[in-house]
Design a protein around this ligand. Structure first.
Ligand code: GRF
Length: 219
């Protein structure tokens, strides 16, 4: 939506969540617009989604900078040059310093492919498949210095089936991510959610959803 909150999306790779956010922002009533996409890797396939949508796409090769602070100073300057109000991390593979995280505190969100606080870190779907858990999912949260930490905005749960592999779990979770991230961004951008005391509070009614059973009861 033109006149929606200006969003900067940070990526490092494939960019499928970026594509979902761009699609969502194309709706007339969506309260945000992707105003710049920045990749920490010049070869990130996701940059193509931005270019196709006519959104400024900036490659900031982190390895070309003299340290993390120098990289982040350029990141910050690029976001400010585009009047960015909200930052979405979408598969952004760089750890951010406390300084950068605090600068964007409560204005920067991330998507993680597990039901946090379970399964932070990497190789999530391998661990989920190995552990034999029956339900996993994805989480959108405000970013704090500790990785995969921060007030939780929204989560989506999906079943794990007994013949699943890490790849099949990943595909099921990714489909949920593509629905969840736009939903969470909408709520952040229109003020439905905000942070209070390191918890997310909602203005307006939340509706109760039916419980997810896995396996599904047959009677
Ligand atoms: C997603 O699974 C996201 O949850 C995680 O990194 C992956 C990025 O995928 N943080 P894509 O680049 O959005 O396709």
């Amino acid at each position: 939506m033109a006149n929606g909150k200006k969003v900067g999306v940070l990526i490092s790779g494939r960019g499928s969540n970026l594509a979902a956010l761009i699609d969502a922002c194309a709706a007339d009533d969506f309260p945000a617009e992707v105003a710049v996409v920045i990749s920490s890797r010049p070869d990130a396939a996701g940059l193509g989604f931005a270019e196709k949508a006519g959104i400024p796409a900036v490659a900031l090769d982190h390895s070309a900078f003299d340290g993390r602070e120098a990289f982040e100073a350029e990141l910050d300057a690029t976001l400010r040059a585009h009047d960015i109000e909200l930052v979405c991390l979408a598969g952004f593979m760089r750890l951010l310093t406390t300084g950068f995280v605090e600068t964007w505190r409560d204005r920067m969100i991330n998507i993680h492919p597990s039901l946090l606080p379970a399964y932070p870190g990497v190789n999530i779907h391998e661990r989920v498949a190995d552990d034999g858990v029956r339900i996993t999912g994805c989480t959108v949260h405000y970013v704090r210095t500790d990785m995969d930490n921060g007030p939780i905005i929204a989560q989506s749960a999906v079943p794990v089936l007994s013949n699943d592999t890490a790849d099949t779990v990943a595909a099921r979770v990714l489909a949920a991510e593509h629905r969840l991230y736009p939903l969470a961004l909408r709520m952040v951008a229109d003020g439905t959610v905000r942070v209070s005391g390191e918890r997310v509070v909602f203005s307006g009614a939340e509706t109760e959803a039916p419980p997810l059973f896995s396996p599904q009861p047959t009677r």
